[in-house]
Write a protein that binds this ligand. Structure first.
Ligand code: DX5
Length: 220
């Protein structure tokens, strides 16, 4: 069963609380908070303030996608702010094993993200430590970008590695997810789809957009 994880990056920040409640009412179980530091990615968004603000407003899972370096400096703060899942980029630290252990020790869900140029094989030593692998289907930094189809074989590889080891681990994709690409991602083995602009910029509204994305994913 495919799940949608709306990304707040494309939400109307003048009404962020309402925008999160809107997607919660549509039945999604999580939202993704896109944390960017202007160093790991060429854009700056927000830090723990966004997680802290949203925490009391929703029972949904808050996924903190840390597009920052070094992420180890921020794990405690995002855990304390109320993040449930903390997603760290493979490329953002030489100490990924230690960071994932730290996330787990804080009782949070450990997750790792791979940029489009990073092979799935870089997960070999840490795949057993994570509960979610995020395969970026765009180069991180901005919403509204075009889906990179060349990332689909990697989604398959990650799914196969999880199955071969008998692990309980979600495969999430992020970037350029729309009614057409969600089918490709689902066919490749992704079960969680991060969607920003296709949800919050949809003329039909976020709730209808989510319904359409889910319906499209079921047609695989
Ligand atoms: C990294 C961001 C975006 C965002 C999704 O750039 O994490 O991928 O969440 O953006 P859309 O769905 O608009 O491509």
């Amino acid at each position: 069963m495919v799940k949608i994880a709306p990304s707040i990056l494309s939400a109307d920040f003048m009404r962020l609380g309402e925008q999160v409640k809107l997607v919660e009412a549509a039945g999604v179980d999580r939202v993704q908070v896109d944390v960017m530091d202007g160093r790991f990615v060429p854009n700056i968004t927000f830090g723990t303030i966004a997680v802290r603000a949203l925490r009391p407003l929703t029972r949904m899972v808050l996924e903190a996608h840390l597009m920052v370096t070094p992420p180890e400096d921020f794990i405690e703060a995002f855990a304390a702010a109320g993040a449930d899942t903390i997603i760290v980029h493979q490329e953002s630290t030489p100490h990924l094993h230690r960071v994932l252990e730290h996330i787990t020790s804080l009782g949070k869900k450990p997750a790792v993200a791979l940029n489009p140029s990073t092979p799935a094989s870089t997960l070999t030593e840490v795949l057993d430590m994570v509960k979610l692998v995020l395969v970026m289907t765009v180069n991180p930094g901005f919403g509204g970008q075009k889906f990179i189809h060349a990332t689909l074989p990697k989604v398959r590889q990650v799914r196969a590695a999880i199955q071969n080891r008998g692990l309980e681990c979600e495969v999430e994709v992020d970037g350029g997810i729309n009614e057409e690409t969600i089918r490709l991602a689902a066919e490749a083995g992704a079960d969680v789809m991060v969607a920003g602009s296709s949800v919050y910029d949809a003329p039909e509204g976020a709730q209808e957009a989510i319904a359409r994305l889910l319906a499209s994913a079921q047609t695989t």
